[in-house]
Design a protein around this ligand. Structure first.
Ligand code: NDP
Length: 484
């Protein structure tokens, strides 16, 4: 295996930084369980240096014309694309996701974000409002130092989805990756520097939750953008509230996918595969409650299990592999626990259900049928390759049951009836919905959740609003009419 040891654990003020006094964090290749590198968690001194660098850089970065900031981001996008293979291999080693996936979904998606927000940077502006003889104008200003905290499933994409709009708006950032996947954000930082980002504009510090927590409450921080679980989101949101900081929370889900009897079954099965087994099911927006209308259930299950035969499990660095391991032993234990619970609560196992007998943290793609709404596997986010197939009869019933969850990240509907498609999409209590497809998240449109799944939006024009604030300037042109 290639050497992926970074030149330092952290990236601060345009250069790698190290403090071996921080607790060691092993980087483990999930396909074998072997340790491939080690980094150190940030000490309080490192956290302070990173925040100081971001704070020192923010005024000049904000003062730079948007067109120039954008040019730097677009150059970074080009570099990501040029080095896609190298970066994809690092992403695969960090996460265990197959190279077949990472070559198209990670650095490529990060490049899209940097390119798109880089293009927008020059267009960020306020408005002029005529008020008789007086007038007012608005200025869309950056917030200042932003903190990004990431989950482990898409480490490059998560870092870029936060950095690209933040930097386009003129903010600076300190990003903390998940301790499970510390490598990828460092590469993004390196590339941003190479593309011309001044020192301190994008910094990376490693560490576990406590490092994240120390960032969130620092008085220099104006905004926190977290991608993680609901329990972490609740803690981070509460901590940020103390300083009235802006937040974006991209949290977990238990999203529904409704397959009506008139649907194109092949498309729906394809959607269920993408929404349950891509990245071994470790995707927040997955449609893990697959509601299938009475009448097509047997056909749907037969095709789904048949198509799962196409899975090629193996070394994720082999491009023929299309199904990899889970990220960690802890995640494997969690997923196996849910599978055991599914069986114990009476769901019918129709595919998979076992740990794979090979090194690493592989779990078979698993399908349960005859799942009912009260079962644990229909209520909890599993974050692994486990699909729960539920039966339904009518549209009203399906929609009500789809919405009967505290989460609201995503939802999908498969039907050939155009009226129903839009009616159901309109009725979903979810931030991101799909009709006759699933899990597509282009940078051009907002992505995020409602209810417990989050606040704020990433991507699309919405992200600009979440990384900037409006200043209003009233211009008086006549005498000041005071009462006394
Ligand atoms: P966690 O919530 O465990 O962790 C998310 C990040 O927050 C990690 O970097 C973690 O550090 C950090 N963290 C933990 N505690 C604190 C704290 N008190 N203060 C500040 N930071 C803290 O999520 P996972 O990494 O396990 O990721 C899986 C979860 O992420 C799933 O629920 C999934 O749905 C969600 N997710 C949501 C997405 C979305 O866009 N909506 C996309 C991808 C995932 P560390 O882990 O290093 O200790």
């Amino acid at each position: 295996m290639r050497d992926v040891t970074p030149r330092g654990s952290h990236y601060i003020a345009g250069a790698y930084a190290e403090d071996a006094g921080g607790a060691p964090i092993d980087v483990i290749y999930p396909a074998t369980g072997e340790t491939v590198a080690q980094v150190h968690a940030a000490t309080p001194e490192i956290v302070d240096k990173a925040l100081a660098a971001a704070d020192a850089a923010r005024r000049d970065w904000a003062a730079m014309p948007g067109v120039e900031r954008g040019r730097i981001l677009r150059r970074a996008a080009d570099l990501l694309r040029e080095r896609n293979r190298d970066l994809s291999e690092i992403e695969t080693i960090d996460t265990g996701k197959p190279l077949q996936e990472t070559l198209v979904a990670d650095a490529a998606s990060a490049a899209d974000a940097l390119e798109w927000f880089g293009g927008l940077a020059a267009t960020i502006r306020g408005e002029h409002v005529q008020l008789g003889g007086d007038w007012a104008y608005t200025i869309r200003e950056p917030l200042g130092v932003c903190v990004g905290i990431g989950a482990w499933n898409y480490p490059t994409q998560i870092a870029a989805w936060k950095a690209a709009p933040a930097l386009a708006c003129g903010n600076t950032m300190v990003f903390k990756p998940s301790e499970e996947t510390p490598l990828c954000a460092l590469k993004l930082a390196e590339i941003l520097t190479e593309a011309g980002a001044p020192p301190g504009v994008f910094n990376v510090v490693q560490g576990r939750g406590e490092v994240g927590a120390s960032l969130v409450t620092d008085p220099r921080v104006a905004k926190v953008s977290l991608t993680g679980s609901v329990p972490t989101g609740q803690k981070v949101y509460a901590a940020a509230a103390e300083g009235i900081r802006h937040v974006t929370m991209e949290l977990g889900g238990k999203s529904p996918m409704l397959v009506f009897a008139d649907a194109d079954i092949e498309a729906a099965v394809g959607g269920a595969i993408l929404g349950n087994f891509y990245s071994s099911g470790q995707i927040c927006s997955n449609g893990t409650r697959v509601f299938v209308q009475k009448g097509i259930k047997d056909r749907f299950l037969a095709r789904l299990t048949e198509r799962l035969q196409g899975i090629v499990m193996g070394d994720p660095l082999n491009e023929a592999t299309n199904f990899g391991p889970l990220v960690s032993a802890a995640q494997l234990d969690k997923v196996m626990g849910y599978i055991a619970q599914g069986k114990a609560e009476g769901a019918r196992l129709v595919a998979g259900g076992a740990r794979v007998n090979r090194p690493g943290w592989f779990v078979e793609p698993t399908v349960f049928a005859d799942v009912t709404d009260d079962m644990t596997i229909a209520r909890d986010e599993i974050f692994g390759p486990v699909a729960a197939v539920l039966d339904f009869e009518t549209e009203d019933e399906a929609l009500a049951r789809a919405n009967a969850t505290p989460y609201g990240l995503s939802a999908g509907v498969f039907t050939r009836d155009i009226d129903r498609a839009h009616r159901v999409a309109g009725g979903f209590e979810a931030g991101t919905c799909w009709i006759n497809t699933y899990n597509l998240t282009p940078v051009e449109v907002g992505f995020g959740g409602s209810k417990l799944s989050g606040v704020g939006r990433e991507n699309g024009l919405a992200a600009i609003e979440h990384f900037s604030q409006l200043k209003t300037v009233y211009v008086g042109t006549g005498p000041v009419d005071a009462p006394y």
